[in-house]
Design a protein around this ligand. Structure first.
Ligand SMILES: Cc1cc2nc3c(=O)[nH]c(=O)nc-3n(C[C@H](O)[C@H](O)[C@H](O)COP(=O)(O)OP(=O)(O)OC[C@H]3O[C@@H](n4cnc5c(N)ncnc54)[C@H](O)[C@@H]3O)c2cc1C
Length: 550
C-alpha cells in the first residue's frame, strides 16, 4: 500500500534563493558574510526544532484563568509551549534588538526583517507581540520622554530572555476600531501632573501578557475626536505580579491566530503615564503603526514562502498519473504563478524595510521620506491580500491533505486572513494612501508624480527584452492610475473614495513589478506582469452614477 509522504522543511535560509539573492543585491560588500551566520541559524531553527514544536503544539491554545483556588481574581493567561520557546528564541536571536543595536547602520533594519521573516512562520504569529514591541520601542525613542525611554526601551530590545519585555498596543474599542477617534476611554488626572488613571474598555488587545502597553485615552475635558486623545504608557503589573486595575474579561474566539491571546480588557483606574503631551495621541502613536505595518508585510511574505516551501517539497514526493507532481506541466505552472506573487510581495515588503532603515538612521532624502509614507500603507494592503490568495492556493496544491487539520496546513490560511484586517483594513489604508499622496503639502497629482518617479527609476534599468516588455505593462498601469486620479478628483470626493482600493492596489502591484524588474527577477516579473497589475476601472459613467447617487 502506498502512503502519502508529508512535506518536510530544510534550512529555511539556505533553501530560500529569493532572500539570498535579494540580500546579495542590496547589502554592501562583506555585510552578508557578517550576518549570514545569524540567518543560517534562524533558518535552521525554523526548519527543524521550531517547526517540529509547532506541529506538536498544534492543539494548544492560551488559557485564561480568572480565579485562583482561594477566590482571588488573578486573570492569568498561560501561553502555549511554542510561544514560550518563541519568546526565548526571539530575544536571544535579537529579532527586535537587531534593528536598534545598529551594528550595520541603515541595513540593520533589513537584517532584522530577514530574521523576522525566517522566524515568523514556525511560531504561529509570535510576530504579533514582537511587532508591537518593536513599534513601542520606536515610538518611545521618538517621543523624547527620557524617563520612559530609560525605563522601558532597554527591556524591549533586550537579548536576555529574563530582561526581555513585550509591549501591547491597546487602541481598538467597541465604538471605534478604524475610527479610533471615537474611543471612549477616559483619563483622570491624579495629583502628579503626568500620571493618570484610565477608565474604559479595550476591545482587542493581542499581547495581553505583555509587561507594558501603549494606549489611547481622552484626558477629562479634552475635545472629541482623534486630536483629543492622548498617548499613554501603562505597566500592566505591579511588583507582586498583580494586574494594575486591569480586568481581562475573556480571550477572543478567533478564526486564526489562535496562539495569540487576544483579550478584551476593562481598565478600572489603571495607572498610566503621558508619553508625549496631553493630546494628539493618534498622531503620536503613528510610529508604532508604521512598524507594525512593516511587520505585517514581512509576515505576509514569510507565510507565503512557508506555504510554497512545503508545496514544492510535496510536489516532488506526491505521484499522480505516473509521475511526481513536480513533473506535471500544469502543477508547475500553478506553483510558478504563486511564486511570482510571493516574489513580488517580497520585493515590496523588503523595499519598505530598506527605506525604514534609512529613515531611522536619518540617511533618507525628503522625497524618499514621502515615498516611505506612501509605500507603508500600499505595501501593507497589497501584501495582506496576496498572502490570503497564495495561502488559499497553496492548500489546493496538496489536494485533500491541504484541508486536513493535522497536516498543519489549514492554519496557514486562517493566520493569513488576519493580515488584511488588523493594523488597518484594506479600505482604511487605501484612504490613508490618498492622504499620503498629499503629504508635504502636495496635491494628489503632484504626490503621484513623486511615486511615478520612483517607479520609472526601476523600469529604466530593464535591458532584457522580456523585462522591457514588463516595464511597458508597469508604465501603462501607472499612466492609467494617473488618468483615473484626474478624472476621480474632477468627479468629486465620493468617486475618489470609491476607487481608492483599486487605485491603491494598482499602485502597490505596479511598484512590485517595478522592483522585480529592478532586481532582474525575469521569470517572476513576466508572470506577475500578466497577473492583473492594473485593477483600475475607468469610465466616467461609473463615477457619474456614483456621484449622482450620493
Ligand atoms: C486577531 C485580531 C487581533 C487584534 N489585535 C489588536 C490589538 O492588539 N490592538 C488593537 O488596538 N486592535 C487590535 N485588533 C483590532 C483591529 O485592528 C481592528 O479590528 C481593525 O482596525 C478594524 O476595526 P473594526 O474591527 O472596528 O472594524 P470597522 O472600523 O468597523 O470596519 C468595518 C469595515 O468597514 C470598513 N471601513 C471602515 N471605515 C471605512 C471608510 N471610511 N471607508 C470605507 N470602508 C471603511 C473597513 O475596511 C472594514 O471592512 C485586532 C483584530 C483582530 C482581528
Amino acid at each position: 500500500m502506498q502512503f502519502q509522504e508529508p512535506p518536510e522543511l530544510g534550512n529555511q535560509y539556505e533553501d530560500d534563493r529569493v532572500l539570498r539573492s535579494y540580500l546579495a543585491n542590496v547589502l554592501p560588500d562583506g555585510m552578508l558574510r557578517e550576518i549570514e551566520g545569524s540567518l543560517s541559524e534562524m533558518g535552521r531553527l525554523a526548519g527543524s526544532e521550531l517547526y517540529e514544536m509547532q506541529l506538536a503544539d498544534r492543539l494548544n491554545e492560551p488559557v485564561l484563568t480568572h480565579w485562583d483556588a482561594w477566590g482571588n481574581r488573578i486573570d492569568k493567561i498561560e501561553l502555549t509551549p511554542l510561544w514560550r520557546l518563541g519568546e526565548r528564541i526571539a530575544a536571544e536571536h535579537g529579532v527586535v534588538a537587531t534593528a536598534y543595536e545598529q551594528k550595520h547602520g541603515r541595513y540593520s533594519r533589513v537584517h532584522q526583517c530577514a530574521l523576522a521573516y525566517l522566524f515568523t512562520p514556525s511560531t504561529d504569529i509570535y510576530s504579533c507581540p514582537l511587532a508591537m514591541t518593536d513599534g513601542a520601542a520606536r515610538t518611545l525613542l521618538g517621543s523624547g520622554n527620557q524617563q520612559l525611554i530609560d525605563r522601558a526601551v532597554p527591556h524591549l530590545i533586550a537579548r536576555d530572555p529574563n530582561e526581555f519585555w513585550t509591549a501591547g498596543q491597546w487602541m481598538t474599542e467597541i465604538a471605534g476600531g478604524s475610527d479610533v477617534g471615537l474611543s471612549e476611554t477616559v483619563a483622570k488626572a491624579t495629583s502628579d501632573a503626568t500620571t493618570f488613571q484610565l477608565y474604559g474598555r479595550k476591545w482587542f488587545t493581542s499581547a495581553a501578557t505583555s509587561q507594558m502597553a501603549l494606549t489611547l485615552a481622552r484626558p477629562e475635558g479634552n475635545p472629541p475626536g482623534g486630536r483629543g486623545l492622548a498617548l499613554f504608557y501603562v505597566e500592566t503589573r505591579d511588583e507582586q505580579g498583580r494586574l494594575r486595575n486591569i480586568e481581562i474579561n475573556r480571550l477572543k474566539d478567533k478564526l486564526g491566530t489562535r496562539k495569540v491571546p487576544t483579550a478584551e480588557l476593562n481598565l478600572t483606574g489603571t495607572p498610566a503615564q503621558l508619553v508625549q503631551g496631553t493630546a494628539d495621541g493618534v498622531r503620536n502613536i503613528t510610529p508604532l503603526l508604521n512598524i507594525t505595518r512593516l511587520w505585517n508585510g514581512i509576515s505576509a511574505v514569510a507565510l507565503m514562502r512557508r506555504g510554497l516551501a512545503l508545496a514544492y517539497d510535496y510536489a516532488r514526493k506526491r505521484v499522480a498519473f505516473g509521475a511526481p507532481l513536480s513533473e506535471k506541466p500544469l502543477h508547475r505552472d500553478t506553483l510558478a504563478g504563486l511564486q511570482a506573487e510571493f516574489e513580488a510581495a517580497f520585493q515590496l515588503a523588503f523595499y519598505v524595510a530598506e527605506l525604514t532603515g534609512r529613515s531611522e538612521t536619518r540617511e533618507i532624502t525628503e522625497e524618499d521620506s514621502h515615498l516611505l509614507r506612501l509605500l507603508t500603507p500600499l505595501m501593507k494592503l497589497t501584501t495582506g491580500k496576496q498572502a490570503v490568495l497564495v495561502s488559499s492556493e497553496v492548500l489546493e496544491t496538496f489536494g485533500g491533505a491541504g484541508y486536513i487539520e493535522d497536516t498543519g496546513l489549514p492554519v496557514l490560511l486562517r493566520d493569513c486572513q488576519v493580515l488584511p484586517i488588523w493594523e488597518g483594513t484594506t479600505n482604511v489604508l487605501a484612504l490613508d494612501a490618498l492622504r499620503a499622496l498629499e503629504s508635504g503639502d502636495k496635491d494628489l497629482k503632484t504626490g503621484l508624480v513623486r511615486f511615478s518617479t520612483a517607479v520609472t527609476g526601476c523600469l529604466e534599468t530593464a535591458r532584457d527584452p522580456d523585462l522591457v516588455d514588463c516595464a511597458r505593462i508597469a508604465q501603462s498601469a501607472l499612466d492609467h492610475a494617473a488618468s483615473w486620479l484626474v478624472e476621480a478628483e474632477r468627479a468629486g470626493r465620493p468617486a475618489l473614495e470609491a476607487g481608492a482600493r483599486r487605485f491603491s492596489l494598482t499602485l502597490g502591484r505596479t511598484m512590485e513589478l517595478a522592483l522585480l524588474i529592478k532586481h532582474g527577477r525575469r521569470s517572476s516579473a513576466r508572470r506577475f506582469a500578466h497577473s492583473g497589475v492594473d485593477l483600475i476601472v475607468t469610465g466616467l459613467q461609473d463615477l457619474q452614477d456614483l456621484t449622482e447617487e450620493s
